[in-house]
Design a protein around this ligand. Structure first.
Ligand code: AMP
Length: 226
């Protein structure tokens, strides 16, 4: 099963995708994580992407599409994939369909995490990420046991450069501009489900898991009766 999690920055895509990918043993493909890694390692891709990311703009499509093309061929993607932060526009969505098709895969479900602007701004401003393992915390909603230290690996927690207020506004503008068309694209394909993601992460997680389990039950029922 291949799943896309859509939503604004701060809607909880990353938190939910990490948890879900562990539970289901699916590959978690986050273009944001892959790009941050490339920037950190100063690869050619990282050098090209850095400026766009600092400004809260989208990195050019051909760069991110190239990443996806390679990543979905890896072994851990065989069982299932959770796409987090990709696609971000129609061109990327169409390219994803093409790439998946070439690899005998398809998008099975798109879950849209709906949030209000005040909630995402509060979440993003307080978000802290582990430098070592990438685990996500929040200074109020999900605090680390020891301030500034990761609960899982004792790595140092930091605030992403693009989680500062000015860049957050830019990222939300970009999201608003691109997302309506993206949702329409998946609604027309009848694979689209929206969830209220203003709730606590645990409540949203349970709803996502129920959707995935229902999907799997229906698919195996259909396969048995065929
Ligand atoms: P994220 O971690 O998903 O919030 O992404 C952080 C930043 O990485 C975004 O603001 C973009 O600059 C870049 N980025 C991540 N995913 C994409 C994508 N699918 N297309 C273009 N740029 C992306």
């Amino acid at each position: 099963m291949n799943l896309i999690i859509l939503g604004a920055p701060g809607s909880g895509k990353g938190t939910q995708s990490v948890k879900l990918s562990k539970e289901l043993s699916f590959a978690h493909i986050s273009t944001g994580d892959m790009l941050r890694e490339a920037v950190k390692n100063e690869t050619d891709l990282g050098k090209k992407a850095r400026e766009y990311m600092q400004k809260g703009q989208l990195v050019p499509d051909e760069l991110v599409i190239g990443l996806i093309d390679q990543r979905i061929k890896q072994k851990d993607a065989e069982r299932g994939i959770i796409f987090d932060g990709f696609p971000r526009n129609i061109n990327q969505a169409k390219s994803l369909d093409k790439i998946l098709n070439e690899n005998n895969k398809s998008v099975d479900t798109v879950i849209n995490l709906e949030t209000t602007e005040d909630v995402v701004i509060q979440r993003l401003c307080g978000r802290r990420v582990c430098k070592k393992c990438g685990a996500i915390f929040h200074i109020k909603n999900m605090p680390a046991k020891i301030e500034g230290v990761c609960d899982h690996c004792q790595g140092e927690l930091y605030q992403r450069a693009d989680d500062k207020e000015e860049t957050i506004k830019k990222r939300l503008d970009v999201y608003t501009k691109e997302n309506a068309a993206l949702m329409k694209f998946y609604q027309e394909n009848k694979k689209f489900i929206s969830l209220d993601a203003n709730h606590d992460a645990d409540i949203v997680y349970k709803e996502i898991l129920d959707l995935v389990n229902d999907y799997n039950k229906n698919t195996s029922r259909a396969a048995t009766s065929a």
